[in-house]
Design a protein around this ligand. Structure first.
Ligand code: SF4
Length: 733
């Protein structure tokens, strides 16, 4: 292990030539080429980005196209934007000050050990992120179970993909976001996109939808807003937030009534259609129109387009998933696919558009509360024995399932909850639901340790901040939304004072009495991950760095070195014990919180083109900030007129949990009973001050996508309306 004092950090390009790698942001993981700039090779300007981004047209997923986030990603590699050394707080409420790595790591190790000694192993919590590489996610899970011995590890992916994952596993026995490559999309006959806006979240993917229509296919978009993606659809269905489940059942009802069920497929490859049929028949068109607000004629057109197409796909994103009934909602859309024979064959099926950069891999290798590497259950004795064998520990020493992400955060500092938290790659002060409450919980901890590349809003609360490397400064794998494992390559050394997460986990493990088993070489960690995943659902055993580089990525499962990988799942059988898919057979139920007299409107939240997730990174990029400088409240002209609100006027949105203030953006593209806020900003305009933490009973996903609010005018207000006060710089005493 490299001692802290001699870790190789020169801040110079590792190579003088170009490096092929991938974007650090969303789950498309676009291929890009990095070329050293004058700043990177020691020339002026010294503070500019050390590399520039070039197209990489040979990578098949994005074929050279990049959005502005990817193009501008090197801006965060420049000095002055990022953290370049550890920070410590000497007393609660005191300022952060600069520290050396040894002092910082000694403080963390001593603090974690003291909490464990005083309150037990589960009093130490670990919170990971869907942006961490597979190697980091794997090592973080191992660190929690082997070094800390805590059950309480979860990650922010619980907030993103967990409902789709749970529904996928329930129906098909396996969860991979897309069971087919993106390249299959243009060849389907009809595609229903539910609650996703790739035109803003992953623009290069839009070409697949365009090509679908050029090939004569039909695109149906389901969204309460007329988004840039919805504008390109043949049919846009605009339901009330929280009613996607009823909408799916209504379409299934019409498919059944119109005789469009694929009886042969249902008989041969599924189980449970009778229950699904009964649920659907209780959702007749008039009833579904009343629940969803979608006119019967549009329901009929959508059912006919999908049911009559030779092949069909349904893709969901966060819109239908981030609900207290997200698992059942996705299940209902899968039922529509199964009833029409649109699963387990070419150019057909259900898929989820994953959000975060490693949203797929991040949920496969052990940073979830209930999971061991390879997508194994931590409660399964055989899985425990296998992974314990790879880790060289007694299976009985491994903790059981811990608390899910929101439950973990909600319990911080409370009786029975964690009193110390190690947090990597996440910014819950902005991204968690009921964020003011979560922030208060974080403030109540005995010890908060944050590893991040910038001083995020959560890092500002920490007792110890550990500055970590970025995508261009490290090797590692991620798994994109297709289940394609890809390789990020180190193009330059990090600045002196910055370390990788693998290295700091090894250093902490050593200080906590586990000297071996935590190397800081990513390929070594990946080779161990391969062994730990062997035989599991997400089997990476046959994938190597060499193969990934040679083959433009390898699709899991890939159980041995001669296996070609699996771009298309379920063609012969589903991954259930008997090979048949399961209908969910679920019925509609209201959201955790519906509008009432006091809070008469739906709030729904989402993303904008120029910002990414909590904005910790993109808010620090000047050109992205110029394009999207702050939050806003989108509302319909009729609602605006009724409330007397003008475009651009600051308004307050109020829910039972809090209040957010931002300028009104009047748009005819949104339902009159709904307001929309993007969630990228902290401060007064923080959308997650409002959101409801009601949890899905299966996935434990919070209900980000709908809650009850009212909108208030602020005539003559002096309130600050921008939430973008944290756009860079750091505060160090
Ligand atoms: S679409 Fe996603 S992966 Fe591609 S450049 Fe944009 S943010 Fe990066």
């Amino acid at each position: 292990m490299t001692p802290a004092s001699t870790a190789p950090t020169t801040g110079a390009p590792t190579r003088a030539r170009d490096t092929d790698t991938h974007c650090p942001y969303c789950s498309l993981q676009c291929g890009m080429r990095l070329r050293p700039t004058a700043a990177g090779t020691g020339g002026a300007p010294v503070d500019g980005p050390p590399v520039e981004v070039l197209e990489r047209p040979d990578f098949p997923v994005n074929r050279g196209a990049l959005c502005g986030k990817g193009q501008s990603a090197p801006a965060l590699l420049a000095r002055g934007v990022r953290l370049t050394g550890p920070l410590l707080r000497d007393r609660p409420g005191g300022p952060l000050r600069s520290a050396g790595w040894d002092e910082a790591l000694d403080r963390v190790a001593a603090g974690l050990a003291a909490v464990r000694e005083r309150h037990g192993a589960d009093a130490v919590g670990v919170f990971g992120g869907g942006g961490l590489t597979n190697e980091k996610a794997y090592q973080l899970g191992k660190f929690a179970r082997v070094v800390l011995g805590t059950a309480n590890i979860d990650y922010n992916g619980r907030f993103c993909m967990s409902s789709a994952a749970a529904a996928h596993r329930r129906a098909f026995g396996l969860d991979r976001g897309l069971p087919f490559p993106l390249a299959d999309l243009p060849h389907t006959g009809c595609l229903i996109l539910v609650g996703g806006n790739p035109a803003e979240t992953m623009p290069p993917a839009l070409r697949y939808f365009r090509e679908l229509r050029e090939n004569g296919g039909t695109l149906i978009v389901v969204d309460p807003r007329r988004t840039r993606t919805a504008e390109q659809a043949d049919l846009h269905l605009q339901p009330r937030p929280g009613t996607d489940l009823a909408l799916a059942l209504g379409l299934l009802h019409l498919v059944i009534a119109d005789g469009l069920v694929d009886e042969e497929f249902v008989a041969a490859r599924t189980i449970g259609f009778d229950r699904a049929r009964a649920a659907a028949m209780a959702h007749w068109p008039d009833r579904v129109e009343r629940i969803t607000g979608v006119p019967v004629a549009e329901l009929q057109r959508a059912a006919s387009l999908f049911g009559c197409a030779a092949t069909g796909m349904v893709l969901t994103a966060r819109g239908p998933e981030q609900h207290s009934k997200g698992t059942d909602t996705v299940g209902a859309w899968i039922d529509l696919c199964l009833a029409t024979g649109n699963a387990g064959r070419r150019y057909a099926g259900y898929g989820c558009l994953t959000g975060q950069g490693n949203g797929q891999g991040g949920r496969e290798h052990g940073q979830k509360a209930d999971q061991l590497p390879g997508y194994r259950s931590i409660e399964d004795p055989a899985a425990r024995a296998h992974v314990a064998g790879v880790w060289g520990v007694d299976p009985d020493s491994l903790p059981r399932s811990g608390r899910s992400a929101y439950e973990l955060l909600d319990g911080l500092g409370q009786p029975g909850g964690a009193r110390a938290l190690l947090l990597m790659g996440s910014n819950p002060v902005v991204s968690a639901p009921n964020a003011a409450h979560v922030t208060a919980r974080l403030r109540g901890l005995d010890l908060l340790v944050v590893a991040d590349l910038v001083l995020s809003e959560t890092a500002r609360l920490a007792d110890v901040v550990l500055p970590v490397t970025q995508w261009a400064e490290e090797d590692g794998t991620t798994t994109n939304l297709e289940g394609r494992v890809i390789l990020r390559r180190r193009a330059l050394d990090p600045p002196a004072g910055v370390r990788g997460e693998l290295w700091l986990l090894g250093e902490l493990a050593r200080r906590l009495g586990v000297p071996d088993g935590f190397p800081d070489d990513a390929e070594r960690v990946f080779d161990e991950l391969r062994r730990a995943s062997a035989g599991g659902d997400a089997d990476y055993a046959g994938i190597s760095y060499r193969r990934i580089a040679a083959e433009d990525g390898v699709f899991w499962p890939c159980p041995d070195a001669r296996h070609p990988g699996t771009p298309r799942l379920f063609l012969d059988r589903f991954a259930t014990p008997d090979g048949r898919a399961r209908f969910a057979g679920v019925t509609h139920r209201p959201a955790g919180e519906e509008p009432d007299r006091e809070y008469p409107l739906h709030l729904t939240t989402g993303r904008v083109l120029a910002q990414y997730q909590s904005g910790a990174q993109t808010r620090r990029v000047a050109e992205l900030n110029a394009a999207a400088p702050g939050p806003f409240v989108e509302l319909h002209p009729r609602l605006a007129a009724r409330l007397g609100i003008a475009d651009g006027e600051p308004v307050a949105v109020v829910s039972r949990r809090g209040r957010a203030v931002a300028p009104a953006r009047v748009s005819a593209g949104i339902r009159p009973d709904t307001v929309f806020m993007p969630f990228h900003w902290p401060g007064a305009g923080r959308a997650n001050s409002l959101t409801n933490p009601a949890l899905d009973p299966v996935s434990r996903m919070p209900e980000f996508k709908t809650c009850a609010v009212r909108v208030e005018r602020l005539p003559g207000t002096a309130e600050k309306v921008s939430g973008g006060e944290d756009r860079g710089g750091r505060t160090v005493a």
